[in-house]
Design a protein around this ligand. Structure first.
Ligand code: XMP
Length: 513
């Protein structure tokens, strides 16, 4: 396995992602945890030093442990990783002198051949992404220069005899278009055969779960989303009867959703499942609430209370399973620090394990979303389930701006079902990241037949996105929109006006609240 030492770059996860695409197993660990003892125990086959925001010229800035350089394994240093490698091995790094580079740059190769660069330079120079204030001003003994850019005379350096490689730019990002080639060469040089597969991961994860859990009982909160479903199925395969899932119906689910989830897990997988209908409790607490943050906090708190109530009934439960994914793993230094503003209070069961004295099992914490989907397929989950659009924890509450009433929820469920049916019928479901209806706190006048109507307006939302962080509205045809509006107004009593939301994110968000 390969070890990535994280010095706090924003893009460290992308390195892992590139490696997994090459079927290489890797783990990211923050530099603070990587001691000599850790390294000896981890026994990596190769190491990558990530970039990072600090300056190696600053006293006390992050360093790799000295033994990294004596293990005899290949090392690739990126950006800060390059600089720290040079500094530690006897080179020099300096700040200033107008050599900072941020953004696109072009690297020109030297005359000397380097196996790391095999097949990389396509047209004499290669576009790369730079982001550095400091620069290497003297390379370490044993190193040679294999590529330069205007701001980085040592853009690519290597000590071939020791298999140490150091680059100033970021080969993992999209703006280094052919950067994947460098990773491919690096893992080949390190002797990886690219045999890491989902089937292998499945077996490995099952063995790990068994080793961690022993004879104890595990509780898993099931939402019906892909992450928690894959977590539950994997755990079931690992520990069978030692698993109990809890599915809380907060009364804010889509049409038929609760039944679908329950039957899927009970009937198809024979998983022990507590299905808790707590809709009265949630809807009662939300009565008269129209502030989005109060809604979110009310639901989040009740969810934890309810979950705890049911979990307490399960004897000798010692573990709580969560579908935490790699991008959610916030122990990585990349995510620490920095005052970020709360846009929305996201719903999760954070804080619960400590409160209940439970230990965590997180079998997906090394995977990216698309890898979780691949694992789900590996575990036999139907494609229709795996490809489902994300659905937020607070559910329809945040698609019902203003006060939530049972009547509005009922109307919203029906309209949403018609909309999704339209999208599926037109074969568009898989092109869209997320699509839903929001029922607006506005009633408008209409005419149907010969009568006047005074009903709710609704907004259709459909976006494309890669990760939910940014999004564009989906460019439906006018025919599609017209047909859908007609169907909703004809089929759903209570709605007499349909609008289409064409806001991108930012400045909008995907959900309405
Ligand atoms: P926004 O509305 O913030 O949504 O642009 C981005 C993505 O996150 C989902 N979302 C949530 N998911 N709990 C969740 O599990 C939440 O509280 C929550 N709020 C928003 C949203 O559906 C979209 O996919």
């Amino acid at each position: 396995r390969l070890l990535i030492i994280d010095f706090g770059s924003q893009v460290t996860q992308l390195i892992a992602r590139r490696l997994r695409e090459l079927n290489v197993y890797c783990e990211i660990h923050p530099y603070q945890n990587v001691t000599d003892a850790f390294l000896a125990d981890f026994a990596p086959q190769a190491i990558i030093f990530s970039g990072g925001p600090d300056s190696v010229t600053r006293e006390g800035s992050p360093r790799p442990p000295a033994s990294a350089f004596t293990l005899g394994v290949p090392i690739l240093g990126i950006c800060y990783g390059q600089q720290v490698m040079m500094q530690e091995l006897g080179g020099l790094v300096e700040s200033g002198h107008g050599t900072a580079e941020f953004g696109r740059a072009f690297v020109t190769p030297s005359d000397k051949k380097l196996p790391l660069l095999e097949g990389w330079f396509s047209e004499g120079t290669e576009q790369v992404w730079m982001s550095h204030g400091d620069h290497v001003s003297k390379i370490a003994p044993g190193f040679e220069v294999y590529g330069t850019s205007p701001g980085a005379p040592f853009a690519i350096t290597a000590d071939v005899s020791r298999n140490f490689y150091a680059v100033q730019f970021h080969p993992e990002v999209h703006h280094t278009p052919r950067g994947a080639k460098l990773y491919e060469n690096f893992v080949r040089l390190a002797g990886f055969t690219g045999d890491w597969t989902m089937a292998g991961y499945r077996q490995q994860a099952i063995a790990q779960i068994r080793a961690q859990v022993g004879d104890a009982h595990v509780i898993c909160g099931l939402s019906g989303g892909v992450d928690s479903s894959v977590t539950a199925i994997l755990l079931h395969e690992a520990i069978g009867e030692q698993l109990t899932c809890v599915f809380v119906d907060h009364g804010l689910l889509r049409l038929g959703e609760a039944e679908q989830v329950v039957s899927m897990f009970r009937d198809n997988y024979n998983i022990k499942l507590i299905a808790a209908d707590e809709s009265d409790l949630f809807l009662g607490a939300l009565e008269g609430v129209s502030d989005p943050e109060v809604k979110r906090k009310t639901i989040g708190k009740l969810f934890i209370d309810v979950f705890q109530k049911y979990a307490n009934e399960i004897e000798n439960a010692e573990f709580l399973a969560q579908g935490t994914l790699y991008p959610d793993v916030i122990e990585s230094v990349s995510f620490s620090g920095g005052p970020s503003v709360t846009i929305k209070s996201h719903h999760n069961v954070g804080g619960l394990p400590e409160k209940m004295g439970l230990k965590l099992v997180e079998p997906l914490r090394e995977l990216f979303k698309d890898e979780v989907r691949a694992l789900g397929r590996e575990l036999g989950l139907p494609d229709s389930f795996i490809g489902r659009h994300p659905f937020p924890g607070p559910g329809l509450a945040i698609r019902c701006p203003g006060e939530i009433t049972r009547e509005k929820l009922e109307i919203l469920r029906k309209a949403d079902a018609v909309y999704i049916d339209q999208i599926r019928k037109h074969g568009l479901y898989d092109e869209i990241w997320q699509a839903f209806v929001a029922i607006l706190p506005v009633r408008t006048v209409g005419v149907m037949g010969d009568g006047r109507t005074y009903d709710y307006a609704c907004a259709l939302r459909a976006v494309t996105s890669v990760d939910g962080m940014t999004a564009d509205y989906y460019p439906f045809s006018h025919e599609f929109l017209g047909e859908t509006a007609t169907r909703i107004i004809n089929e759903v009593k209570g709605i007499n006006r349909v609008t289409y939301d064409i806001t991108s994110k930012p400045p909008g968000t995907i959900e309405w609240e």
